[in-house]
Ligand binder design. Structure first.
Ligand code: NAD
Ligand code: MG
Length: 401
């Protein structure tokens, strides 16, 4: 299990945040400020990348005194060059920035949303930086390449996704792979956990964005409502922990207190509990392998006397079975699953398609394309491109009907 191998490289205290203006990015800055107030270690944020909200990026860069920022938006140059010495722009701006500033042992926070995170994730690891990974899409679409990059440089991938951070913490006592019976990811169930399939089909954007326990960016919030997020996370867990579909499962847990658990072969179960607050997994990725006094809220057990668990209805939520099948297929299937979902979610957010079309489109795209193994970045980009084209076509055909 690669993710659990002990680190052989010392960390610097330098941090680069990719996706700094998003939900994870902003939480990361707050966690770093908290850790620096503790005074025992001083972390320095040395670079920021963001795709949107340039005013916020400018304010962050100014407040943190960073000398490098990156954005795909060409307008960033004019917007930021008075404030920041080096402004990298264009499609590969984040990768270009990493090549200029990243040093082995630095920590890169991978918090870009979507497949745009693939190249930066790989670049960070190739440069010998540990990767605190929130951008699950890069593992889902390009798992073999991300792992190979870490292997080559000896850098570590530390999960930030709360479920995977929980599993990572549960496995910390140096457990052997053969001792793991099952890794079970918990799912809040999002806003539609109790809805019928028909009602869900025509849910609107406002209803789908109304997440009961987590406050997150719009894409991952929609993914949580369709359970595509849990599907993506099962595939993410497959790559992170090296487990097949037979040792992975997901279960509803509406309170989002138990963030996932591991069942061992002797039937002992170890879980990680805390209130739903991304500051904890983010801080753990930064302080790992140590623990430092927390900025996340504490667990008050008297408030959580009723913790519920229930199995996920795979008819209402086909994303789970689809993801487990993807794990059994050649690695290109993950890139199809991810790309088709990204296309459909973007269109749903623009109110062009019904909610039910998201999962249908992913299913139909997987049926249309036969995946091969991913061995190069060109493979990923090609299958990502083709899947987006096919998903668009499927959506156009269904809207004509
Ligand atoms: P978000 O939409 O709030 O933020 C995304 C960030 O990525 C923004 O800063 C945006 O400007 C930036 N970005 C987008 N395209 C970019 C590009 N091409 N180059 C550089 N920056 C770009 O999203 P989020 O909720 O923070 O989620 C980020 C990632 O973390 C997603 O993969 C999500 O699934 C994962 N995640 C999020 C949470 C959460 O609590 N928000 C929890 C678990 C996992
Ligand atoms: Mg998660």
């Amino acid at each position: 299990m690669k993710v659990l191998a002990p680190s052989n490289k010392p960390r610097t205290d330098r941090i680069i945040i990719l996706g700094s203006t998003g939900s994870i990015g902003v939480n990361t800055i707050e966690v770093v400020e908290h850790l620096n107030r503790l005074g025992s270690r001083r972390f320095e944020i040395v670079g920021l990348a963001a795709g949107t909200r340039l005013d916020e990026l400018a304010a962050q860069a100014h407040a943190l005194g960073v000398s490098h920022v990156a954005s795909p938006d060409p307008g960033a140059k004019e917007h930021l060059s008075d404030l920041v010495e080096n402004v990298h722009v264009g499609a590969d701006a984040a990768v270009e920035m990493l090549h200029q500033i990243a040093r082995p042992g630095d920590l890169v926070i991978g918090a870009i949303v979507g497949a745009a995170g693939i190249k930066p994730s790989i670049a960070a690891l190739e440069l010998g930086c540990d990767l605190a990974l929130a951008n699950k899409e890069s593992l889902v679409a390009a798992g073999p390449l991300v792992l190979a990059a870490a292997e080559r440089s000896g850098a570590k991938i530390i999960p930030v996704d709360s479920e995977h951070s929980a599993v990572f913490q549960c496995l910390h006592a140096g457990r052997q792979d053969r001792e793991i019976a099952k890794v079970v990811l918990t799912a809040s169930g999002g806003p539609f956990r109790t809805w019928t399939k028909d009602r869900m089909r025509s849910a609107n954007v406002k209803e789908a964005l109304n997440h009961p326990t987590w406050s997150m960016g719009s894409k991952v919030t929609i993914d949580s409502a369709s359970l595509m997020n849990k599907g993506l996370e099962l595939i993410e867990a497959h790559w992170l922990f090296g487990l097949g579909s037979d040792r992975l499962d997901a279960i509803f847990h509406p309170q989002s207190i138990v963030h996932s658990f591991v069942e061992f072969t002797d039937h002992a179960v170890i879980a990680q509990l805390s209130p739903p607050d991304m500051k904890l997994p983010i801080q753990y990725a930064i302080s790992w392998p140590d623990r430092l006094p927390g900025s996340a809220s504490r667990t008050d057990f008297t408030q959580f006397a009723d913790l519920h668990f229930e199995s996920i209805d795979r008819v209402r939520f086909p994303a789970i079975a689809m993801a487990l099948e993807v794990i059994d297929q050649p690695s290109g299937a993950g890139a199809i699953f991810n790309a088709a979902n990204e296309v459909a979610v973007a269109q749903f957010l623009q109110e062009k398609i019904p909610f039910g079309a998201i999962v249908d489109t992913v299913e139909a795209t997987l049926e249309r394309i036969t995946p091969g193994e991913i061995t190069t970045l060109a493979d990923v980009l090609e299958i990502d491109h083709e899947s987006r084209r096919v998903a668009q076509e499927i959506l156009m055909a269904s809207s004509d009907r």
